[in-house]
Design a protein around this ligand. Structure first.
Ligand code: TRP
Length: 327
């Protein structure tokens, strides 16, 4: 079976953007691929973070993955730092990665701008570690959001550079983009993100979700209720496309463009659909929280299985490099 690898940062709070753009898609893919999903804590330390919260955030992220339908029967789920070969392979990849390539990564440039006080080597090396994540398991497919495509392209380049400088042992993985549209934050301006504070959390209570939706920015040109709106430029409509069926989308499109329905009506319909989909996720998360032994167990078994694959790849890599092996 074809292998998939993907990773998610332990930010502690997973939002609708992560859910629609990545995790929901991962759950579907489990049926057709050999899946590995990783909580990438070594990536997360490239920016400032509250040290005392990292353990909790890592477990919370694992809980969300399981609550969204990933299962240890079908997927390997683990924490990146539990398999040290990730960083080992990243070091080796550093020696085939052109500096110019990582310097032009948009995520690096964005983060360097946002975190001027600590523009560290790790921030620049981030996509190289990501390439190591993927290639350590020789995964052929990487389900990610659109913002990660540039990193997957770099991963292919790293594989290519390694293969030509040494021996061709790595595949050139392809991104698998989810069909879902890219969701902006409730400000209707920027990508939904935890750090920008414009997010709706997957585990947030109904009243909080409604308050965020109620006040969310729609088509800015629709000022009065009687103005017709344009769904194409409305972020609420985009979110509808991720949660509502075709019949409702048509109804909203007609209602909005003819001013037959107002933004609040439209948001109420969206809220009901989001609630229907996320209520079972929240219930499952609450259940898992009372059963942390199970969660820890899943992560341990995942890491055990991944360590085995990682170990084999590293043996092959070191041999390929011509290194003198230990006895
Ligand atoms: N950079 C990814 C993100 O921010 C997370 C990630 C780390 C990842 N390693 C990965 C995704 C490997 C796919 C494959 O979303």
């Amino acid at each position: 079976m074809k292998r998939i690898f993907s990773g998610i940062q332990p930010t502690g709070e997973i939002h609708l953007g992560n859910y629609v753009g990545a995790i929901r898609n991962w759950a579907y893919l489990q049926d057709d691929y050999d899946c590995i999903f990783c909580v990438v804590d070594y990536h997360a330390i490239t920016i400032e973070y509250p040290v005392e919260e990292m353990k909790r955030r890592t477990l919370d992220t694992a809980i969300i993955l399981l609550a969204c339908g990933l299962t240890p029967e079908r997927s390997k789920i683990f924490v990146q730092s539990h398999v040290p070969e990730h960083t080992e392979l990243a070091w080796i990849f550093n020696t085939v990665t052109p500096i110019g390539e990582v310097e032009r990564m948009t995520q690096f440039k964005d983060k360097a701008r946002q975190h001027r006080a600590n523009i560290n080597m790790g921030l620049m090396d981030y996509p190289v570690l990501q390439a190591a994540d993927i290639l350590l398991y020789k995964a052929g497919y990487v389900p990610v959001g659109e913002d990660q495509v540039q990193h997957i392209e770099l991963c292919r380049e790293v594989a290519r550079k390694f293969n030509t400088r040494f021996t061709p042992i790595f595949p050139e993985p392809e991104e698998l983009l989810s069909m879902a549209p890219r969701i902006l934050g409730v400000d209707g301006q920027s990508k939904m993100s935890k750090s920008l504070g414009n997010y709706i959390g997957v585990l947030e209570e109904d009243d909080v979700v409604w308050e965020k939706l109620r006040t969310a920015v729609t088509d800015v040109n629709r000022v009065r209720r009687k103005d017709p709106g344009n769904p194409e430029v409305c972020n609420i409509y985009t979110i509808h496309r991720a949660f509502s069926d075709n019949a409702m989308l048509i109804e909203i499109d007609r209602g909005c463009t003819s001013a037959g329905i107002g933004c609040i009506d439209c948001k109420k319909m969206l809220f009901e659909n989001v609630k229907r989909e996320l209520t079972p996720v929240r219930e499952k998360a609450r259940e898992l929280e009372k059963n942390m032994d199970y969660v820890v167990d899943v992560l341990e078994k995942g890491a055990d299985a991944c360590r085995e694959i990682a170990h084999a790849t590293m043996e092959e890599v070191r041999a390929t490099l011509g290194l003198y092996p230990p006895r």
